[in-house]
Design a protein around this ligand. Structure first.
Ligand code: GLV
Length: 329
């Protein structure tokens, strides 16, 4: 008798595929880009489980293509704005993400962007390679100090907190805004709570975004918020591109409203090569690689695989997004 099938929408760590293969027929989409919509719909109709990435839109139409046989969709990502959770819950499909395992790796990248943007690492490298660096000059490639500066963290979840911990090593003053105040983190790491986002934006030399993308946070960093930042400040985004209004950001950077931006996420992704932001020297853009360490990508794939097997075996899923599907409540 054929075994139930799982469709994995990208090549992933072999350990995770092997784990899935202990109980399921595993089909991996061989291309390095997302399967086209018609393929995703067709495969969903043949499978009990999907293992997806942030680029796969799992909306009501995809979930319904499972015709009741689809039991679980596991995202290989902590973010899940590509999922329609309400539709999944209605249709009885369990969903999961991969929190925890990528926290430190993503915080490392946020810090890399702080450093790269402030110290013009990328521009310097471009100039050296192009033969434009001719001599040492007291004013060349000078940016703000990171040590001793004030960092504003917007969203003190797991990743925001790890960024704060890294900032301690750089002797930074750390402010944070989060809808939920975290007195224990304030005490342990010397963080200062800001009652609203504007208070953090006004004070910070670096602003790092760590909120999920929701209807409330879409284009949250627009003209009004950017105007509140210091003209010397740098904005870093490792969360989701659409949290920032990119046209407003471009204008703010062009007009000196703020000094720089480090973006691991953009809207759209990939950002188009002729996007005006890419004409600016004070912007560093990386290709959505917050969690891209070998170990972390392996852990993410394994966690997604464990979620799938748990859901199919009626066990508690390690990181389920809609547990009410499983407990029948
Ligand atoms: C990546 O963006 C993730 O959400 O893990």
């Amino acid at each position: 008798m054929p075994r139930p099938r799982v469709f994995v929408t990208r090549r992933m760590a072999q350990e995770a595929l092997d784990l899935l293969a202990t109980e399921l027929d595993v089909e991996v989409w061989p291309d390095d880009h997302a399967p086209p919509r018609d393929v995703l719909l067709k495969k969903t109709g043949e499978c009990v489980a999907l293992l997806t990435t942030v680029e796969d839109r799992i909306d009501e139409a995809v979930l319904a293509a499972g015709h009741g046989a689809l039991k679980v969709v596991a995202n290989c990502a902590v973010g899940f704005d590509n999922f329609d959770i309400q539709a999944a819950t209605r249709l009885g499909v369990a969903l999961s993400n991969t929190p925890g395992v990528l926290t430190k790796t993503t915080a490392d990248l946020a810090f890399a962007l702080i450093l790269a943007t402030a110290r013009q690492v990328v521009q310097g490298d471009r100039d050296v390679r192009a033969g434009r660096w001719k001599s040492w000059h007291p004013f060349a490639y000078t940016g703000p100090d990171i040590h001793g500066a004030t960092l504003g963290i917007i969203g003190l979840g797991q990743i925001g907190l790890e960024v704060a911990r890294r900032a301690m090593g750089f002797e930074m003053t750390v402010l944070y805004y989060d809808p939920v105040r975290r007195p224990e983190a304030e005490e342990t790491y010397g963080l200062t709570f800001c009652p609203d986002i504007p208070s953090a934006l006004k004070e910070a030399d670096f602003v790092s975004l760590h909120v999920p993308l929701t209807p409330d946070t879409r284009h949250m960093m627009g003209r009004d918020y950017l105007k509140l930042m210091k003209p010397t400040a740098i904005l870093v985004n490792t969360a989701r591109g659409a949290i920032v209004d990119h046209q407003a950001l471009y204008e703010a950077l062009r007009d000196g409203v703020i000094a720089g931006a480090g973006l691991d996420v953009t809207e759209p992704e990939p950002i188009l090569p002729d996007h005006p932001l890419l004409t600016l020297p004070n912007v560093v853009v990386t290709p959505h690689v917050g969690s891209a360490s070998l170990q972390t990508r392996r852990e993410m794939a394994l966690l997604a695989a464990r979620n799938i097997l748990a859901a199919l075996n009626g066990r508690e899923m390690p990181t389920c997004l809609n547990p009410e599907v499983l407990d029948g409540s």
